[in-house]
Design a protein around this ligand. Structure first.
Ligand code: UDP
Length: 391
């Protein structure tokens, strides 16, 4: 028997029912094709990266993102301020895990992340950079057979004493999608040749380049008064601030450079704690210590500085994006292109070398001609790649 049904159906209420049915089917159809991502964030630089990537993910109708904040960074001006300033969606899960040694921190994060993954059943775990939150997210997901996407893959300092280096190597090793900020990182992964089965390497460019370009028009002056010319300094790497001898040496070096250029230093809470432990007289120091600032104030400080002195990975690149020379308070860097181009100088922690580097780069005519780290559309590449269904 053949049933003749007019298309679309007509009659009282029938068309309304038809519309509802269509709507329901569309939602069902969409949810069938929706890619669900769980993102793990925990530390300041990850909020900045997520600000551009999460926005790009939102622009894809087929992607649903669930955000976890592990709580690794928790002070208002290390965490919530970034969500407010950069309009990052509030996390769906907040763990508040912080202030523990690496093992306990990573373990407790994994335990909580696993619970979320079992409940949310995502297609992807998205992690950024090289923190304990990164490794916890990647490990928890991989053991549940959930694919891992790593943003900022392929970076190496070759210094395995750095906790960050361990986190990077292990996260890369188990990632299925590796988004690299540079060709150097791509080559690094290819040369290592120790990737997950079917892993894909994508040269996305650096998402922090996207962030600097996007938020630079919104930069604003920090509350603290600033000298006319100054070097902008940040330092917080464990190998620089956990050893009292090295910390004292670094502070002495920075004091010496104040004769060349006043130093403005937004003080990381971890560094502040270490300085209190050694009894450093912050109030009497020639270095102008200020509270950590938001990203918009940081962009202002960068653009108004004469020089950057840092041990931060992110700031080395931001100095370049803002066309400022950088003295790096380390013996190696993951961002080797900056050294090769002469934009950055590795000065370690010896006062003489730091002072010499500051004096050499201070007053040097800016000449930033080489285009590095992609075209400023890394976030879009990442979103598009994740949204594309796998064969
Ligand atoms: N940053 C900030 N406020 C500050 C100090 C740093 O917004 O007071 C930003 C900085 O511009 C960069 C990021 O934080 O984008 C770097 O973070 P951090 O140095 O903590 O981590 P790393 O890059 O070394 O992993």
């Amino acid at each position: 028997m053949e049933l003749l049904v007019p298309y679309p159906p007509t009659g009282p209420y029938i068309s309304e029912i038809y519309v509802l049915l269509r709507h329901f089917l569309t939602i069902k159809e969409l949810s069938k094709h929706t890619v669900k991502i769980v993102t793990v964030l925990g530390a300041r630089p990850q909020f900045i990266k997520a600000a551009v990537v999460s926005r790009a993910l939102l622009q894809h109708t087929g992607i649903q993102e669930v955000i976890i904040h592990t709580g690794q960074h928790f002070d208002h001006n290390m965490s919530q301020l970034f969500f407010d300033q950069m309009q990052i969606r509030q996390p769906d899960y907040q763990f508040g895990i912080h202030g523990l040694p690496h093992g306990a921190l990573t373990g407790r994060m994994m335990e909580r992340i696993e619970e979320v993954l079992l409940a949310e059943k995502p297609d992807w775990m998205l992690v950024y950079g090289d923190t304990d939150s990164t490794l916890a997210g990647a490990l928890a997901a991989k053991k549940l057979h959930i694919r891992v996407a790593h943003v900022e893959a392929g970076l190496r300092s070759y210094n395995e004493a750095m906790p960050e280096e361990i986190n990077r190597i292990l996260t890369d090793r188990i990632s299925d999608l590796l988004f690299c900020p540079s060709e150097t990182a791509v080559n690094q992964l290819r040369n290592e040749g120790r990737l997950a089965r079917d892993a894909r390497i994508v040269m996305s460019g650096d998402v922090m380049k996207d962030a600097a370009a996007r938020f630079a028009p919104l930069m604003k002056a920090p509350a603290a008064p600033l000298p006319d010319r100054f070097s902008l300094c940040t330092f917080h790497r464990a190998e620089n601030v956990d050893n009292p001898q090295i910390l004292k040496q670094l502070l002495h070096a920075l004091e010496l450079t104040c004769d060349t250029l006043p130093v403005v230093c937004p003080l990381h809470p971890h560094t502040r704690k270490s300085m209190e432990t050694i009894g450093y007289p912050t109030e009497k120091s020639p270095i102008r210590f200020i509270e950590p600032v938001g990203y918009l104030e940081m962009l202002y400080l960068l653009s108004h500085s004469t020089l950057v002195i840092t041990d931060s990975g992110g700031l080395q690149k931001e100095a370049y994006y803002m066309h400022k020379y950088c003295v790096t308070l380390r013996n190696e860097t993951e961002w080797t292109e900056l050294i090769d181009c002469g934009y950055n100088r590795l000065a370690g922690t010896e006062p003489d070398i730091i002072l010499q580097s500051v004096n050499d780069l201070y007053g040097k005519v800016p000449g930033f001609h080489t285009e590095l780290y992609g075209d400023g559309h890394a976030a879009e590449v990442i979103a598009r790649t994740i949204a594309t269904p796998l064969p």
